[in-house]
Design a protein around this ligand. Structure first.
Ligand code: ADP
Ligand code: ADP
Length: 229
């Protein structure tokens, strides 16, 4: 379960300024498709439509054949997990942040998710800048560590569909490789849509679409796209 289809999807925020000009693709259940393209191409807009933050002006988006226009937003949020570019942490421990939205999860499940995302050593810590007890300093998490909190949260939530939004863009290359490995573990067996700037970060995607000015200008796998450069 979890096939995502975009069928000739068109969208503009402002009339006369088309942002998506007829986008069609399919992410078969359990597969990974990457959307690559320059800033402003329409990549984030595309993921916002998938979450129904906006409705397409034409065309449709389906999950397992059902138009998402008829799916309640709550159900969509349960079905689709998002690992965002920037993670804002809540004013509580890392463990709480991982558990967020899955209040029924056991302590063991939280630990396991944290271990897979390699953030388990911080599970009891409070992030810096929050209401830490007097005399204690909060933990200063790097971008990569915050990313891992988001990854652990997504692992715990366990949605069939994942959207990874340029998750590794702001990291140094060592951290990027580690995060990549954690993301590969989360996306294993899930329908995954990766939104990325660069071709180099989406090596294992089953299909890569190159988006430019709201159109798919090229599609293929990593090797064939590199050969065309
Ligand atoms: P990308 O994610 O590929 O960088 P976006 O989807 O964020 O591209 O943006 C595509 C275009 O839509 C850009 O020209 C951007 O300025 C415009 N845009 C994005 N969000 C809005 C909005 N809320 N209102 C109007 N225009 C927007
Ligand atoms: P498959 O589903 O084919 O086994 P994966 O889901 O493991 O493939 O990953 C597909 C590709 O997308 C991999 O090259 C992975 O490194 C890459 N990838 C995953 N998440 C991100 C991300 N947030 N940013 C950039 N690339 C990513």
């Amino acid at each position: 379960a979890g096939t995502v289809r975009f069928e000739d999807v068109r969208f503009s925020y402002i009339p006369e300024r088309p942002i998506l000009r007829g986008i069609s693709f399919e992410v078969p259940a359990g597969r990974t498709v990457a959307i690559v393209g320059p800033s402003g191409a329409g990549k984030s807009t595309l993921s916002r439509l998938l979450f129904r933050f906006y409705e397409p002006n034409a065309g449709r988006i389906t999950i397992d054949g059902q138009d998402i226009a008829s799916v309640r937003q709550n159900s969509l949020r349960a079905a689709i997990g998002m690992v965002p570019q920037d993670t804002v942490l809540f004013n509580d421990t890392i463990g709480y942040n991982i558990r967020y939205g899955r209040w029924d999860a056991s302590e063991a499940e939280v630990r396991e998710a944290a271990r897979l995302a390699q953030i388990d050593r911080f599970i009891e810590s409070l992030p810096e800048g929050y209401d830490t007890p007097v005399g204690e300093r909060g933990l200063k998490l790097s971008g990569g560590e915050k990313q891992r909190v988001a990854i652990a949260r997504t692992i715990l939530k366990g949605p069939p569909i994942l959207v990874l939004d340029e998750a590794t863009s702001a990291l140094d290359s060592f951290t990027e490789r580690e995060i990549q490995a954690a993301l590969d573990r989360v996306s294993q067996g899930r329908t995954t849509l990766v939104i990325a700037h660069r071709l180099s970060t989406v090596i294992n995607a089953d299909e890569i679409l190159v988006l430019d000015h709201g159109r798919v200008v090229e599609r293929g796998d990593h090797t064939s796209l590199l050969a065309r450069d």
